[in-house]
Ligand binder design. Structure first.
Ligand code: SF4
Length: 694
């Protein structure tokens, strides 16, 4: 508080952690960030911030920053000049591509970058280096939502807004612990902030903080959410709670869908989910009778080998009842990272920039015209997704890797495969704001990058709100903004003038992105940076999509999907008798490269833990605070503090994934959704033993 009072100026910006996208004011004194507070005029958070946002300014003064380029020489990373670093990088990448083919290079970016960075990087990778193998760490969190939207509606794009959560009379949250992961959104949902009545239903195998807020908590068995959703559809149809007018006017394949869900009787669904038949019917009736019902979901749905189809099943409910395109009525993916949406819109990843489709010749020709390039340089099919890049490295197809602001050693499932991949490639570049990280330790070249608070551009949040991000301080040492690094690489490749004519700042990238997105669903052409800063951002597509019931499909109608409920990839058995669920805690962000260096947050939660039900603990003769080891078929995580709690059901255990010292991804499974390629982080079979030092 004392430092806040002496701040010389307050800089408006947007939080750089989660996708809620809170507006903030950062106090500056003597060129240093000394305080952070919520922007009272920002429509997302109205002055509120969670613990991460409130302490975010400390990251700008944190230890552990990467401050100079480092090149591995004789087995050691040693400081080199930027010129040497980038010359070597381009020489190595192009040399490897000349030897093995252009697609021997794989690049993995992140939802932490600015939209302008991601747009610039996509052009550099695809049109400069000429490889299609470009993806983001967003495939580890939101790819299933993207694929599910495309399956149902013909395009990505969350249909609703945060305001819908306050206008709905029924809110169904599936696999979404927003109290820990999206705290300010949770604050908006809190009934003390609401005028009207609302029923909150939370579907989660754990009694999360969000489940504790619910009117009805549905503690489903792991991966039985599809059966529940199909069961709700069954009851809605059986009891006449569907909107036949909406179905007839705006959907395809209803007859097939109605026949398919006949098998999901309350009795059958009760057996699969562990819920009572009465509860299933009650929830279906609440949803079907609501004036406006909202379904939100996050990683509990997406982190699955059936993530994309689970999203399609959720969309089915909204479509058969017409709970979409109206105030309070939407199926809505709550995104993960601060700019995961910007990555989805601009990147050469699962779509071409502007949600254009690889397979659509007109889309490719339009982009070629906009960029003044030969259309043959724009691919007609996407390259490898992130997991395929990693598996491609193990298989010897990917020979060079470039990670930008991501830390896969902690965040990627089944560490042993990732380890093999990182050791297999001939040249690995890690571009990050921090060093050492568990991933940068593997690198042949480390490029020190500026982070949030040191660069200017935009983020787009979960509700499609584009907000301004500002530079508050200068980057430490020789660290440079990612955008500058991309342009310097383009210069060395000889494509700077062609791809980025006259560009010097991210404002140039934003202006071109406005032209490229004009007329597309994610249209930024009407925004100015000043307006975005003054007004707390603006939503592309307005407050909600599909208000007219017209969808960007071939028929103009949304598609209903028959979604089977398949068993998850690794079932518990006699040897590995628990289902391990992984997740997050409010104090930390992803792999803690930032939050472990913020004393306040690290002191609050310095280590990981394992949650186990009292029944299981008694059987294993374990007591609270014992140190335990979690063992899977792949490896083991040692020395976790045991928490004995009814938060988890018997037969299930839970641990947070943030901590490199007790990396949950030593034991998680390398199983991926066949459509979205998102990993199945939420279920694998483990056993638990008392930890022994020997
Ligand atoms: Fe930042 Fe998310 Fe917290 Fe808001 S809720 S302050 S965006 S971390």
């Amino acid at each position: 508080i004392a430092t806040a009072r002496v701040a010389e100026k307050w800089v408006k910006t947007t939080c750089g952690y989660c996708s809620v996208g809170c507006g903030m004011l950062v106090g500056v004194k003597d060129g240093k960030a000394v305080a952070a507070r919520g922007n009272p005029d920002h429509p997302v958070n109205l002055g509120k911030l969670c613990p991460k946002g409130l302490s975010e300014h400390h990251v700008l003064d944190a230890p552990g920053r990467a401050t100079q380029p480092l090149l591995r020489k004789d087995g050691k990373l040693v400081p080199v000049s930027w010129d040497e670093a980038l010359d070597v990088m381009v020489e190595k990448f192009t040399g490897i591509q000349a030897k093995y083919g252009r697609e021997a290079l794989g690049v993995v970016g992140t939802g932490q970058l600015l939209t302008e960075d991601t747009y610039t990087l996509g052009k550099l990778v695809q049109l400069g280096f000429g490889t299609r193998n470009n993806d983001g760490n967003t495939t580890l969190c939101m790819a299933s939502a993207v694929s599910g939207y495309k399956l149902s509606f013909g395009s990505d794009g969350p249909p609703g807004s945060y305001a819908d959560m306050q206008a709905a009379d029924v809110i169904l949250l599936i696999g979404a612990n927003i109290a820990d992961n999206h705290p300010i959104l949770c604050h908006r949902l809190d009934r003390t902030n609401r005028k009207g009545e609302m029923k909150l239903i939370v579907v989660d195998p754990r009694v999360t903080k969000t489940a504790m807020m619910a009117d009805i908590h549905l503690p489903v068995k792991p991966r039985s959410d599809i059966a529940l959703i199909n069961g709700i559809a069954h009851v809605l149809i059986r009891d006449g709670l569907v909107s036949h007018d909406y179905i007839a006017a705006h959907t395809d394949d209803y007859a097939e869908f109605a026949t398919f869900v006949e098998q999901f009787t309350p009795k059958h669904v009760a057996a699969v989910t562990g819920l009572s038949e009465a509860r299933i019917v009650e929830v279906a009736h609440l949803y079907g009778n609501a004036k406006a019902a909202f379904i939100g979901w996050t990683m509990g749905v997406n982190h699955s080998t059936q993530g994309a189809m689970t999203v399609a099943a959720i969309n089915n409910l909204a479509l058969i009842t017409g709970h979409i395109g109206r105030g309070g009525a939407a199926p809505f993916s709550i995104t993960g990272q601060c700019n995961a949406m910007g990555t989805r819109e601009t990147g050469f990843t699962s779509s071409l920039p502007g949600y254009r489709k690889y397979e659509n010749a007109e889309h490719r020709e339009e982009l070629a015209r906009l960029w003044g390039i030969d259309v043959d340089r724009i691919p007609s099919a996407r390259g490898m997704a992130y997991p395929d890049i990693i598996e491609g490295a193990v298989a010897g197809k990917i020979k060079a890797l470039w990670f930008v602001a991501t830390n896969p050693v902690v965040s990627f499932p089944n560490f042993s495969v990732l380890d093999q991949a990182l050791r297999s490639v001939e040249f690995l570049v890690v571009q990050d704001g921090f060093h050492p990280t568990p991933t940068s330790d593997y690198a042949h070249l480390v490029l020190p990058a500026a982070i949030w608070g040191e660069k200017e551009g935009t983020y787009t949040n979960s509700e499609r709100r584009v907000s301004k991000v500002n530079a508050i301080v200068t980057p430490p040492g020789e660290a440079r903004p990612d955008f500058d690094i991309f342009l310097a690489i383009a210069e060395r490749l000889g494509v700077r003038d062609e791809l980025y004519p006259g560009w010097t700042t991210t404002a140039d990238a934003f202006r071109e992105w406005q032209r490229v997105s004009a007329g597309r669903m994610c249209d930024y052409s009407g925004f100015t940076w000043q307006q975005l800063e003054d007004e707390g951002g603006a939503q592309w597509g307005g407050e909600r999509l599909y208000a007219d019931g017209v969808f960007p499909t071939a028929t103009g109608r949304a598609k209903l999907h028959c979604v089977p409920c398949l068993p998850f990839a690794e079932q518990p058995d006699g040897e590995y008798n628990f289902v391990l669920n992984t997740g997050r805690t409010v104090e930390h962000w992803h792999t803690r490269t930032k939050t472990a260096n913020i004393e306040m947050l690290d002191t609050m939660v310095p280590q990981a833990w394992l949650e186990m039900n009292p029944v299981d603990a008694a059987q294993l003769k374990l007591k609270a605070h014992d140190r335990v080891t979690v063992v899977s078929r792949r490896s083991a995580v040692n020395n976790l503090e045991l928490r004995i709690t009814g938060i988890v059901a018997p037969g299930q255990v839970f641990m947070p994934f943030h901590f490199s010292e007790t990396n949950s991804n030593l034991v998680t499974l390398g199983a991926f959704d066949p459509i979205s390629r998102e990993p199945n982080f939420k279920q694998c079979a483990v056993r638990v033993e008392k930890f022994s030092q020997t």
